[in-house]
Design a binder for this molecule. Sequence first.
Ligand code: FRU
Length: 486
Amino acid sequence: MSTTPRDAHFPVAHLRPPHNWVNDPNGLVFHDGHYHVSYQYNPYGATHANMHWGHFRSPDLLTWEPLPIALSPTPGGVDSDGCFSGNAVSDGDRIVAFYSAHREDRSFQHQPVTCAVSHDGGQTFSPREETVIPVWPEGCTMYRDPYVWRDVDGWRMLVGAALADGRAATLLYDSPDLETWAYRGPFVARHPEPIGGTEELTGDGWECPQYLPAAGGQAALIFSTWTEPTGPMRVAALIGEEHDGHFKAGAPVWADHGPDCYAPALLRAPGGRWLLWGWSWEARDQAWAVAGGWAGVLTVPREIHVGGDGTLRQRPATELLALRGERTVQAEGATHGPEPVELGSVGRAFDLTARLEPTGTAGLRLLTTPDGSEYLDIRLDPDAGELVVDRYHASLDTRAHGGAYRMPCPTGQPVDLRVVVDHSIAEVFLTSTGQVLTLRFYPTGQGAWRLQARTAPGTRFRYAVDAWELHPLVIKTPTAGAAEQY
Ligand code: FRU
């Protein structure tokens, strides 16, 4: 009898089905005591095609139950070539999912809005035969991805768009009953401009807009930037205030500073809490992922809010603390280098907290081969005032992508980090600022992984590091109806 070895890069504490392609989180809604998470899913392979909505639900963000596929293209129907992205709302005993109806005989850039309704807690959805919003406003060169939310006196919807005058936009609609929608004009429309003081631009069009309404402070509009000819790029946000259907905001900021987070989506949880999941795509050659039979993973759920200082702040959902197992690293000390300090071993999935106080460049190294030739670096660059996550040496396999990525980091004070690593994904949270950087990496080493504190010569580096083993999510055995689709 042969057993297939587990794929060394397959995450265990991050949500995704066992096989096939996954992209955007969709239809995030809390309904009848459960968090529902759908996602763009190709049930037939590990490439982007045949988009369905796969579906999980959970009472606690830790134990997940695969439900039958929520949305499937209807042959000959308005969505015959794909149920593209959108969200869902809980309305009494129903879940109403709004999504982009894809047909290849329409322009790829234009997907009208349609919807499907579930009366049985998400076990089955009945798609509407006609689209909800069949035509896009004049002058739209791109149109897709509805986001619906309940407002004081009805419902509102944003749709991602690009306009013929070169501005990217989100378009605003409202409805008294989720059935009849009136177009109110662009909520925001802006020419490409730099994000977060970097050289990267907000793009030609915006996909998957998400709205985090103000809770006493400012509101946030989160969007995924899309540019010709590359397509999907990065995730950004505008922080501001709505005035009469128009969102007034300052300069765009990053919603995630890493290269591998896209199309993040919001869930309004009980008690005024907002959660966000992103799609973390593969950062390796496509043939490698296809050979493994899977691609894409959702980030951990993150609590998100706009702070009193007007910044977008994220951290892992509190529930994830329950996934912590044995503490394998507990190290505190100071070094001047040049020799690295061994901090201890970690498993392939771990949750780490660190307080770092360097006087110059210093940081943590995750070594993934016994000889130390393969490693992921997380270091502070006080001169630049940045935290750097460097994956140039994170895989000995040349099919893995390299690069070093940065996020601003106040220096001259202790820096608090929380890092969640799970086989091939690292989410680095800068606790002091609430900023986050997501990236994928593909270690090849067979032995134990270990952590080091490292510092440039002449730099004094104080550190306190704790790391816990991260238990897998509990994925329940799917019911017969759900099992055949996964
Ligand atoms: C974003 C996106 C959406 C679209 C979906 C298709 O990643 O391109 O705009 O609805 O994915 O899978």
